[in-house]
Ligand binder design. Structure first.
Ligand code: ADP
Length: 431
């Protein structure tokens, strides 16, 4: 008890009082305490009904605390009922309110105010400021409430730099902004999911189109090869001329079949990141010339005007010869497939800034600006008009893109629907 009183100097004395009216008093003050006992007794008598209520609460297992004032040095006593071995007794702590506010309430109030409010405790009747987190005029207090256990005192609150209403408004605005943000995020999430599902559906369609395109591409040359081979086998072809024509068709279709299979194999190797490149310093003109000579007759047979304009002054490039010719052949193949009325394909080489280029130009059906963004995607084919009726796998340009990426090169496309297209492949020089 003594230790408690020593540690809590705002508690001046502690008293017990049983129902018979006998008292026990603990105080640090020296000397006779008859006066204090007397005063306490009379205060308890004055608050008889309050005490009776506390006993009733206690019987129902509820320990309530109530304040009573003590007419001695402005003290206030807080009383409650406690259960001791000798029965239920009143326990009272007489506290000096001002000391209590400064020593016990002060740190709590400081942490609650959080630098946003000024909180003060003041005497209700005299309006004297007992304690406040910052200097304050009691008259400016916007909101006040009784201090529960110290009925003589009130707690006042003032907002720093504004009114409580403006703080509430500000908080409500912040909440509204957060709510709007949340709604935006929710909508964005929904939209992303919707877009992904749409993409998945489109991809599934593209894949199934690819399977049917590939089987169609394989079936046509196979059907031709087997038909002409059977005709020759049965000895039905009489003239030597016809025989040569059939052999030519068989070898042309075999080459076509070989190209399709190679394209698919190369594509799957690239997709798996397994394609190996043999880089060396090579002359782009030499590659272009070889491709030109190999394809010259094929294109001329199909009624094309096929021309080549090499720039003799271009430096060597650091590239894989096979891969570069494959890229050029794929673009020439497309130029042939997608030319309708004007059948002209033109190759040219040259220098653009630091880069060496090969341009493949046709006067075919052209590509719309919208489709130009997609034609380098795997499996993509323009789905309408002339392209729809032309065979293809949708892999050619995606292979070209892979190859150019492996070379750290660039592809540029200039195309106008109905007028024609120019594909430009640009390479770094070997130096
Ligand atoms: P495909 O096997 O369908 O030719 P590609 O990847 O080579 O596949 O080309 C993708 C699509 O780009 C083609 O289906 C076609 O719609 C379009 N395209 C490519 N080259 C040309 C071109 N020279 N002229 C017009 N359209 C072209």
């Amino acid at each position: 008890m003594r230790k408690f009183l020593l540690q809590n100097s705002s508690v001046k004395f502690i008293f017990f009082d049983d129902s018979t009216g006998s008292n026990a008093l603990f105080t640090l003050e020296k000397g006779p305490h008859i006066d204090i006992v007397k005063i306490v007794k009379s205060e308890l008598l004055e608050n008889e009904s309050k005490i009776e209520r506390l006993f009733n609460y206690s019987r129902e297992g509820y320990n309530k605390i109530e304040p009573i004032s003590i007419k001695l040095k402005n003290l206030t006593a807080v009383i409650t009922i406690i259960e001791l071995t000798r029965g239920k007794e009143i326990l009272g702590l007489a506290i000096d309110p001002q000391l209590f506010i400064r020593q016990i309430l002060n740190p709590k109030i400081q942490s609650i105010s959080q630098n946003e409010f000024i909180i003060s405790v003041f005497n209700k009747t005299s309006r004297e400021n007992i304690y406040s987190t910052e200097g304050i005029n009691v008259g400016n207090i916007q909101n006040e409430k009784d201090l529960w256990l110290l009925p003589e005192y009130s707690l006042g609150i003032v907002l720093k730099g504004g009114t409580i209403q403006s703080l509430v408004k500000e908080r409500a605005e912040i909440n509204l902004i957060l709510l709007s943000l949340l709604i935006i995020i929710l909508f964005a999430g929904g939209w992303i999911i919707f877009r992904n599902i749409k993409k998945e559906i489109a991809l599934a369609k593209i894949k199934s189109d690819f399977v049917s395109n590939v089987s169609h591409e394989l079936r046509t040359p196979l059907a031709l090869i087997s038909m002409f081979a059977e005709t020759l086998e049965m000895g039905r072809v009489k003239t030597e001329e016809k025989k040569i024509e059939y052999y030519t068709i068989i070898s042309r279709e075999t080459a076509r079949l070989g190209r399709i299979v190679n394209r698919i194999l190369n594509f799957s190797q690239m997709e798996a990141g397994k394609r190996k490149y043999n880089f060396a310093n090579v002359q782009l003109n030499a590659i272009v010339e070889e491709v030109f000579n190999t394809y010259k007759f094929h294109l001329q047979n199909k009624g094309f005007k096929f021309t080549s304009f090499p720039d003799e002054n271009i430096p060597k490039i650091y590239a894989d010869k096979e891969a570069v010719s494959e890229a050029i052949i794929n673009i020439i193949d497309n130029a042939v497939k997608y030319s309708q009325n004007i059948k002209e394909v033109e190759l040219s080489t040259g220098i653009m800034g630091e880069l060496v280029y090969i341009k493949i130009k046709d006067h075919g059906i052209g590509i719309s600006a919208q489709d130009q963004k997609k034609i380098f995607d795997k499996f993509f084919r323009v789905s309408s008009g002339y392209v729809h009726n032309t065979k293809g796998t949708g892999l050619g340009l995606s292979l070209v893109k892979h190859i150019m990426e492996a070379h750290n090169g660039e592809i540029t496309l200039h195309s106008t629907l109905g007028t024609g297209s120019s594909f430009i492949l640009k390479f770094k020089t070997s130096g």
